[in-house]
Each structure stands twice: as C-alpha cells, then as structure tokens.
Design a protein. Structure first.
Length: 195
C-alpha cells in the first residue's frame, strides 16, 4: 500500500502547541481533522527528538564516488573522442563496477560536458600557426589605404579527407573551438574539388 502524504510541518507545530496548552489527543484530532494515531505519533516523536521535522531519507546510494567521477571527467578531458561505452569498460576494469553507459553520460552531463558533433575547421599545423600569427602581426597596423588595394579571394572545397560520418566529442561549455575538440580538415587527399 502507498505511503500517505506527509503532514506539513506547520500542522505538526499546531499539534504541539495545542498539546502544550493541555488539549487531549482526541480534541486535537477533532480540531485539525486528523486521526488520533497521527496526532499521537507526532507528539511521541516530539517527546523523543524535540523536533517535528522529517528525518533525512537515505535514497539510492551513488554509483560513483566524487573521486571516480573526477577520473571519468579527466579521461574525457584528455581524449574528448572517447565514447561512453569505452569509458564504461574502463570503469569496469579500474573500479570493478559494472554500469550502464548512460550512467557515465549522466556523470559527464552533471559536470557540464555534452556530446556534440565536432566543428569542422581546416587543419593548421603548429609551424603554420606560427607563420600565420607572424603574418597577421606584420600587417595588423597597416593603414586603410593599404587594404583598399588588396583583393581577398576565398575557395570552397568538397569531399573532405577521411570519413564523412558524424563523430562526437565531449566538451565543456566555451571549449568547442579548443584544438582537441575540433575535427581537422585538409585541402588534399581523396579526390577533393576546389571551387
């Protein structure tokens, strides 16, 4: 049988105040439209604990400790492409806990990591990054007249190298453009067309 709804703390305080004023259990029950046993139990609990509040309920114990959750988040931070299924297998071997991949996903979501398709950006090597930065610094202070004589050209590419399947990465808010959260693309390989 289902448990009855708890009597509110306000009503419990009323019961105790009536009882302190010398009213009987039956009289209090009539005034507040409660059963005698409910009134009696509240008074008895007040005598024992000097409180009318609810005890803390235990609930279901956590699957992972704080430390284990931090380990899971660290694994995703190191390699954002790790799937929840692979993390579940790692947890099984490391912590001897057999869990559902959804539990691992819940841990990551709780820590603000969400599975997303990585943004596509052209692959830029470290040497190229340094060269681009040097180029930008060289031209950053050029006057407007200089830029009026420059023609900007862009090119589009199709059929990018590697698999075109969607992949997912786990990343925290505002980390979508971190290098390890991107999917690199190149302008060669696999019969690309530049237009």
């Amino acid at each position: 049988m289902a448990r009855n709804k708890d009597i509110s703390v306000h009503v419990r305080n009323l019961i105790i105040s009536h009882w302190k004023n010398g009213k009987s259990v039956r009289r209090i029950g009539q005034i507040l439209k409660l059963s005698n046993s409910a009134v009696y139990n509240i008074i008895r609990r007040f005598k024992k604990t000097n409180s009318v509040g609810n005890k803390e309920r235990s609930g279901r114990p956590r699957t992972f400790s704080e430390r284990e959750e931090r380990w899971i988040v660290r694994q995703v931070h190191i390699n954002p492409r790790t799937s929840a299924v692979k993390l579940t297998l790692k947890c099984k071997s490391r912590f001897r806990k057999s869990v559902n991949p959804e539990t691992v996903r819940n841990v990551l979501r709780k820590r603000k990591y969400h599975g997303r398709v990585p943004r596509r950006k052209p692959y830029i090597s470290k040497a190229n990054r340094k060269a681009r930065l040097a180029f930008a610094k060289m031209y950053v202070k050029q006057p407007t007249e200089f830029w009026e004589n420059v023609i900007f050209v862009d090119e589009s590419k199709y059929n990018i190298f590697g698999s075109d399947d969607k992949q997912k990465v786990w990343h925290a808010p505002n980390t979508a453009l971190h290098i390890k959260n991107l999917r690199p693309t190149v302008k060669y390989g696999g019969g690309n067309q530049l237009v």
